[in-house]
Design a protein around this ligand. Structure first.
Ligand code: KG4
Ligand code: ZN
Length: 349
């Protein structure tokens, strides 16, 4: 453990967060690590929908057009100017290089002009720290998460289990060997002819379907804390081809429900086993896929320890979570120089 790491509870600081790792341009101001003063997200979903996924060059060029307006809006909504800010936290990686560079350069420009310190933040760490923001707090769990924490991170690019003994410390237990959970949702949605982004489309179709209609494989990856979703995706593909060749209509809702059930069962099963094995006090679920209702309901009902899942608008990419992670870096004395590069494949641990 890092002996210099202080876990002082919520001293005063205002952090401006900036996020541009994928297809959302976002900025937010967070007070004392918990209170959202403003949060602006400019989504590019409609731009990319026609490609069926994120088109990297289109994403970075859209970030360029939007980034300063989004930052200005976030400051205006918070009734603050840059000089009222204690630190500028910006996503350094992982993500699309061309997209990361836009947010990073905007943050550097602001830091240089204002003298406010810059803090580069890991996008996966940001997702996890969305659970420290006040608005995720439920009546059931009114306190922030308690260590040691077992964190399940499920996004479009990553699926991993991490053990957090304390703030900013991560031990990766396992991760996906192929597709991320969100990627599997997106690919299977495309197979079923459902619109991008696939996660919400599958969830909507699944509501009308039978999760037991098809018995899709569950890759338990026994003896490891790793995941695998490509076999499941191939199994769905095989069934879809078979039905199409027979000339019958595709039972889209049943296929979506059965696929979703297979993903959720494995994510929840492995998370609960890991939490038990490593004596976690609490569980945090984070990343875009944590917006999935079936996943939320399953883990909340099956877990015997508190489970923290952000409110929906903090599950998918936003900048409040960047400011939250940046806040905990800031109060622990972490700062970055103005010549830092982006890190498109930056691991969390
Ligand atoms: O965290 P995120 O916004 O971006 C990344 O860091 O990747 O996650 C996006 C992913 C996409 O794959 C999207 O399909 C998935 O999260 N997602 C969902 C839901 N909402 C978003 N997956 C399942 N169910 C949802 N409701
Ligand atoms: Zn994300």
């Amino acid at each position: 453990m890092d002996e210099n790491l202080k876990t002082i509870e919520f001293p005063s600081a205002r952090i401006l967060g900036i996020e541009s790792s994928c297809d959302e341009t976002a900025a937010a101001v967070l007070e004392n690590g918990r209170e959202i003063l403003s949060s602006v997200v400019a989504s590019q979903v409609e731009l990319h929908a026609k490609y069926g996924g994120v088109f990297p060059e289109v994403a970075s060029r859209q970030h360029i057009q939007t980034v300063y307006a989004v930052i200005e809006q976030a400051l205006q909504d918070a009734h603050l100017s840059v000089k009222d800010i204690d630190a500028i936290a910006v996503t350094r990686g992982p993500g699309l290089a061309g997209s990361l560079v836009v947010g990073m350069n905007a943050a550097k420009g602001l830091a240089l002009a204002s003298g406010v310190p810059l803090i580069g933040v890991n996008h996966l760490e940001s997702h996890i720290y969305s659970s420290w923001i006040n608005s995720h707090i439920t009546e059931e769990y009114p306190e922030p998460p308690k260590f040691p924490i077992l964190a399940l991170l499920v996004s479009g690019g990553h699926t991993e289990l991490n053990l957090m003994p304390d703030h900013l410390l991560y031990k990766r237990l396992g991760s996906t060997m192929d597709d991320a959970a969100g990627e599997a949702f997106d690919k299977v949605a495309r197979l079923l002819g459902l619109p991008y982004p696939g996660g919400p489309s599958i969830q909507k179709a699944a509501k009308e379907g039978n999760p037991e209609a098809f018995n899709f494989p569950r890759a338990w990856m026994e003896g490891t804390w790793n995941f695998s979703f490509s076999g499941l995706k191939t199994a769905v593909l095989r069934v879809v081809r078979g039905i199409e060749e027979s000339g019958k209509d595709l039972p889209v809702n049943d296929l979506a429900a059965s696929f979703q059930a297979a993903v959720v069962e494995v994510l929840v099963g492995k998370t609960l086993s890991a939490a038990k094995q490593f004596n976690a006090a609490e569980i945090v679920v984070a990343g875009g896929v944590s917006a999935n209702t079936a996943l939320r309901n399953a883990i909340l009902t099956q877990a015997e320890i508190p489970v923290h899942i952000p409110i929906l608008k903090l599950c998918t990419d936003n900048a409040a979570m960047v400011a939250s992670a940046g806040y905990f870096r800031f109060i622990n004395g972490k700062r970055d120089p103005l010549d830092i590069d982006v890190l498109p494949t930056w691991p969390l641990s």
